[in-house]
Design a protein around this ligand. Structure first.
Ligand code: GLN
Length: 277
């Protein structure tokens, strides 16, 4: 089933790639065509799939974070979904069935062995790196302050958040920024709402139950396109997203090689064009 999605995505990439990089198209076809996913001819990822039980990588994510991971017609889709499947396949492994859970549960599920890889726009932080390993960075982002576009509240900087109710998704770097604002005395601790997912936070923003939410810029922009919300200002956090794996899982080397290849042959650009432009 995962294989089928993989092929469908390749068919798509072939179409969009036709206007641009033929190398990417050739690479994709070669890879998908031989049916074992390790036919890149670069030597990485080989020696897997030899019956040692190590050949399937079960990916996990937390949907409701468009365009990185979201559901469309009941199907899990998004930049991270395609990127992770492409990386896993090119690295010579099989994509297991996706596990879609709350963001806060991803690291425990990974360390507990329920999933093998986190693809959830997860920022590489020192704290998380004590528990899990991250791939090389694949995306850069800052935080933003998102407000309703129907109301009068238009903060221009952090000090304008004084006396306001703010929210973020639990366990995120956005939540860490909210907590910093509380520590700095800008926002009252009682005026902080934590959500299981950002979709609920955006709904509360539209309903006027919260005045501002702190959320990654690319996702804020996506919500702003489709909902009655807008980015008021950006908090420059300089974050980088990585795929997460267990610290003792040495398959991460193959994943990093695959990520590099995905960038080099134009596939990465195709995915950016598909999901961000
Ligand atoms: N990049 C943010 C973090 O790592 C948010 C990720 C998310 O909500 N999926 O905390």
């Amino acid at each position: 089933m995962a294989r089928k999605f993989s092929m469908d995505r390749r068919a798509y990439l072939k179409t969009v790639g036709a206007a641009g990089t033929t190398a990417a198209v050739a690479g994709c076809l070669g890879n998908g065509g031989n049916g074992n996913g390790n036919g890149n001819g670069n030597g990485n990822g080989n020696g897997n799939g030899n019956g040692d039980g190590n050949d399937v990588i079960v990916p996990g994510t937390a949907s409701g974070f468009p365009p990185f991971e979201y559901t469309q017609d009941g199907e899990l889709v998004g930049f991270d979904v395609d990127l992770a499947e492409e990386a896993i396949t090119r690295a010579g492994y099989e994509v297991g069935d996706w596990v879609d859970i709350e963001f806060d549960s991803l690291i425990p599920s990974l360390t507990g062995g329920d999933i093998d890889l986190v693809a959830a726009a997860m920022t590489i932080t020192d704290e998380r790196s004590e528990q899990i390993a991250f791939s090389n960075p694949y995306y850069e982002a800052n935080q933003s302050v998102l407000v309703s576009s129907d109301g009068d509240f238009a903060p221009e900087g952090e000090s304008d958040l004084e006396g306001q109710v703010i929210g973020a998704q639990s366990g995120t770097t956005g939540a860490a920024e909210a907590e910093r604002l509380i520590e700095e005395g800008v926002v009252d601790g009682d005026d902080y709402r934590q959500y299981d997912n950002y979709t609920l936070a955006v709904e509360d923003l539209e309903n006027g139950n919260v005045d501002a939410i702190i959320i990654d810029v690319p996702v804020a922009n996506n919500f702003a396109d489709s909902r009655s919300v807008e980015v008021a200002f950006v908090i420059e956090t300089g974050e980088e997203y990585g795929l997460g794996m267990r610290q003792d899982d040495d398959r991460i080397g193959d994943i990093n090689d695959a990520l590099a290849e995905i960038r080099e042959d134009g596939t990465y650009e195709d995915l950016v064009a598909e999901y961000f432009e």
